[in-house]
Ligand binder design. Structure first.
Ligand code: TXA
Ligand code: MG
Length: 345
């Protein structure tokens, strides 16, 4: 198969629109950008398109897919009930990086829900993502466009790395603006529960609905409510360790580790902020952003993890980024990427 690549400007052409629509309706896959990360899409009602997503990604079949809509107008047909507080969340944060998990209606196909009786729905904030859904004229299921276990794709080149000539169409939308996947919120109960943290922060949910819980599974190793959270995730190929503590101690520790690995002729890389990048004498250094710009750090996280793979780094040391309102979302991914390998100083 030879992948066809389109840019946003191509979407105005009738032939391109028709190609995208027919590809999806015929049970094939289209990868498209969203404001969070790239998604690999299939027509929700196409058994073939959905099963192909699981096969191509190597995704476990009990991990459900998010249903993407271009507006919330006809959302009600996919859900069984909507709690009173949900409209306030929708008004505040859709279109945007928020997925809501509802009890599903009868028309939702079972092969997208991983055996659950709920469905996750999102109206993406990015114009291009909504344009694709409108062109298709049908709801689109789309998990992140990465081979299962690998960091999500935030650049067109990541998508090519994982899926060139494995899907029919890829839309090149440049760099994902946010860079972390949507906040997943269970809204089946009287109080919303955050299943996966994201840019719609717990505080932002609280501001709108007054009360919110964090899934216990995020705090300790419990049976996760978002099945996707239990798998090894975002992992670079090398051995990643997160180093936490006072900056001077962290720097000293990482410098010592670099020396140690160099002595053993092992390849080593670091993920640090611009402010301290000069302190490391090393080939593989990935600058994730500037210290006080958490949005920048979030947007570069998956990119630097993939950079380490590119450079075939065997041992990776990263700072931690707990500060600020996005710390929760960033560290959720980073800890998973490191399989909880944390050095506290
Ligand atoms: O930002 C995003 O959400 C991106 C873009 C492409 O929209 N999509 C994405 O999909 O991150 P995926 O499949 O990589 O992650 C979806 C997460 C998984 O952890 C999954 O288990 C959870 O959401 N999820 C989906 N449906 C669910 C449901 N019905 N109940 C609980 N968790 C659900
Ligand atoms: Mg994913």
């Amino acid at each position: 198969m030879k992948t066809r690549v389109y840019k946003q400007t191509d979407l105005k052409q009738k032939l391109v629109q028709e190609d995208i629509k027919q590809t999806l309706l015929n049970g094939h896959n289209v990868i498209f950008p969203t404001e969070t990360v790239y998604g690999i899409g299939a027509y929700t009602m196409s058994e073939k398109g959905i099963s192909s997503i699981y096969t191509i990604k190597g995704r476990p079949s009990d991990n459900p897919l998010i249903l993407h809509l271009s507006t919330n107008e006809d959302m009600d047909k996919y859900i069984k009930e909507k709690k009173d507080y949900v409209d306030a969340l929708i008004d505040a944060y859709w279109p945007g990086p928020m997925t809501l998990v509802f009890k599903m209606s009868e028309i939702v196909p079972k092969n997208i829900t991983g055996g659950l009786d709920t469905v996750g729905i999102r109206v993406p904030g990015s114009d291009i993502a909504r344009e694709i859904i409108d062109i298709a004229g049908v709801p689109i299921c789309a998990p992140s466009a990465n081979i299962s276990g690998r960091p999500s794709s935030t650049l067109f080149k990541h998508v090519l790395e994982d899926f060139e000539d494995k899907v029919d169409i890829i839309i090149d939308g440049g760099k994902s603006q946010i860079g972390l996947e949507s906040t997943v919120i269970d809204v089946t109960g009287d109080i919303p529960i955050v299943l996966r943290p994201g840019m719609i922060t717990t505080q932002m949910i609280k501001d709108v609905v007054g009360d919110v819980k964090i899934s216990k599974a995020l705090e300790k190793d419990d049976i996760p409510k978002a099945p996707g959270m239990k798998y090894r995730h975002y992992a670079p190929k090398g051995n990643l360790q997160i180093v936490e503590g006072e900056t001077s101690k962290v720097v000293r520790y990482i410098q010592e580790q670099i020396k140690h690995h160099k002595l053993l002729n092992q390849s080593v890389g670091v993920i640090v902020t611009k402010e301290i990048a000069d302190l490391f004498d090393i080939d593989h250094i990935s600058v994730i952003g500037t210290e006080n710009n958490e949005a920048e750090i979030a947007s570069n996280l998956f990119l630097v993890l993939r950079e380490m793979d590119h450079n075939q780094v065997d041992f990776i040391y990263s700072l931690s980024f707990h500060d600020g309102i996005y710390g929760e979302a960033i560290m959720n991914r980073l800890y998973k990427a490191a399989s909880q390998n944390i050095k506290k100083l």
